[in-house]
Design a protein around this ligand. Structure first.
Ligand code: FES
Length: 150
């Protein structure tokens, strides 16, 4: 093989593998776009709903929550009585304002500060809190959990 044939062979090899190498280095644009579409705290739509997360994220942990969702602290769960229905609570404990968390294995919202507990609907089951958790509206559209806080 002379030098000219070697150069042509090298050029052909480079031309055939370069697109594969470039493709391997690119990010998955569809994933990036989907993540941006469901970014928490994004601006709300005309109907007031904004994306909090995906149904997959909700089902993986039993709840979705945010301490800064459009100025609110929210937690979303599936209703234990009807999993097709979402329950969305104001996750600030009415006692002194700590953030409650959904305890999926116990089926309740628990406050870490002084032990108040709330059922899935946000009603008090154990004090010292004496008021129920506030509620917001939520729904699912195309695998996205949407919440309206205003
Ligand atoms: S702040 Fe929740 S029980 Fe006190």
């Amino acid at each position: 093989m002379n030098r000219r044939h070697f150069n042509l062979l090298s050029l052909g090899l480079l031309a055939s593998t370069l697109p594969i190498a470039i493709a391997a280095c690119q990010t998955d644009d569809s994933t990036t776009t989907a993540a941006q579409d469901i970014a928490p705290n994004g601006s709300s739509r005309d109907d007031g709903f904004a994306a909090l997360g995906t149904v997959d994220q909700l089902d993986a942990t039993g709840s979705l929550s945010s301490n800064s969702f459009q100025g609110q602290t929210v937690a979303v769960i599936r209703s234990p009585d009807n999993p097709d229905t979402l329950i969305t609570v104001d996750a600030l404990c009415p006692h002194q304002g700590c953030t409650v968390a959904w305890e999926d294995d116990q089926g309740l919202f628990a406050c870490p500060c002084h032990g108040s507990q709330f059922d899935a609907d946000g009603d008090v089951t154990a004090g010292p809190a004496s008021q129920a958790l506030g509620q917001f509206e939520a729904k699912i559209e195309e695998n996205v959990v949407l919440v309206r806080v205003s």
